[in-house]
Design a protein around this ligand. Structure first.
Ligand SMILES: [Zn+2]
Length: 161
């Protein structure tokens, strides 16, 4: 089980730009993003999505029939708890349709519009790793998680590049 404790929340808050945070604006995640464009952070070897932490913060644990953290602002990077609520899978799909994201088929590349990487970045990452650069350093440089990095290297993602 993930432990949502004070320590986790203080690490979470450090990844948000404290300037200009009001309850009306989106709190954009400044840390790593996953291939779908959501903020991520690691805790005890697990990757947690930042907006779920934000949702938990205000609303408590997700009810079993509402396991999805939904954005009212349609901004995947946003961690403003006021823009988040727990919802069902059906509501989640509905939100995606509303946001014009019904065609989201998973991490296929920059055309999916939910990744910070381009095809060019992926090519450059693979060639730099081949030349001996450390994956961890590259992951930091490109602001992606170590997990996303290894998926790129092992071609679990970005197969088409
Ligand atoms: Zn927002």
């Amino acid at each position: 089980m993930i432990r949502y404790n004070k320590k986790l929340f203080s690490r979470f808050l450090k990844r948000l730009n404290p300037d200009g945070l009001t309850l009306d604006t989106c709190w954009e995640w400044q840390g790593a993003l996953n291939t779908a464009g959501y903020g991520v952070m690691s805790s005890h070897g697990r990757t947690l999505t930042a907006h779920r932490i934000a949702c938990y913060w205000l609303h408590g644990p997700a009810p079993s029939e509402k396991p999805c953290a939904l954005h009212s602002c349609h901004n995947p990077k946003c961690c403003n708890p006021k823009h988040l609520r727990w919802g069902s899978h059906e509501e989640n799909m509905q939100e995606k349709v509303t946001a014009g994201r019904a065609n989201f088929l998973g991490p296929r590349g920059s055309l999916s519009g939910h990744t910070s990487l381009t095809e060019q970045d992926v090519l450059s990452i693979r060639s730099r790793v081949a030349k001996g650069e450390k994956q961890a350093d590259l992951a930091r440089g490109f602001k992606i998680t170590r997990g996303s990095m290894s998926s790129i290297i092992t071609r679990r993602t970005w197969k088409h590049v």
